[in-house]
Design a binder for this molecule. Structure first.
Ligand SMILES: Cc1cc2nc3c(=O)[nH]c(=O)nc-3n(C[C@H](O)[C@H](O)[C@H](O)COP(=O)(O)O)c2cc1C
Length: 174
């Protein structure tokens, strides 16, 4: 039985090295579409995006993170924001942003592209907002670096399932 969603989930890896091949506007629109179909509390859809394919802007963003090499190598960047005026509950809105970002990463995997979720840059989120011309209404959640992977040798590990399941409480029907 085909399980394309599960396959995308387990085969997705953080991609940090890209070829020079561009990411198209249509690909970015598809990725954002996947993002906005994430669930959100009260369906408030608090996410907002800045799409960047400009080398000069990417260079300025690169200077705001120790992962600048990845930022300059990526042909496209997606800055993911929460609109604080659309928010209703900080925990739930941040959870929605995470769901949105993961949806985009899975879509990127399905498109044959690669990406990495960059969070370290949040330490300079005020400066990032200035570079992108946004005011403090918008709160940076992540920068996603997107492109065509230059290789697929990435490995990642997860601890065994038993490490995470605190307990199983089974009824008679289990
Ligand atoms: C909230 C968050 C922040 C992250 N920030 C960075 C980052 O700043 N730089 C980076 O190279 N990777 C970053 N990552 C990617 C993780 O390092 C990566 O997901 C993890 O090592 C597991 O590898 P995998 O994605 O290939 O399974 C971040 C991931 C998350 C979820």
């Amino acid at each position: 039985m085909e399980e394309p969603v599960f396959e995308a989930i387990v085969s997705r890896r953080s991609i940090r090295e890209f070829t020079a091949q561009p990411v198209s506007s249509a690909q970015l629109q598809k990725i954002i579409t996947a993002g906005i179909w994430a669930p959100s509390g009260l369906n408030n859809q608090p996410w907002r995006f800045v799409l960047i394919r400009d080398k000069d802007t990417a260079g300025q963003l690169a200077a705001q993170t120790r992962y600048g090499r990845i930022v300059t190598a990526a042909p496209a960047l997606i800055a993911v924001y929460l609109d604080t005026e659309a928010m209703y509950d900080p925990v739930k809105d941040h959870q929605a942003a995470g769901a949105c970002i993961q949806n985009m990463l899975l879509c990127i995997t399905e498109l044959g592209l690669g990406a990495v979720w960059l969070g370290q840059i949040l330490q300079n989120k005020d400066r990032v907002g200035e570079i992108l011309g946004l005011d403090s209404r918008y709160d940076l959640m992540a920068l996603i670096a997107v492109g065509h992977p230059s290789h697929r040798n990435q490995r990642s590990r997860r601890r065994p399932l038993a490490d995470f399941i605190l307990k199983e409480i089974e009824g008679d029907e289990a």
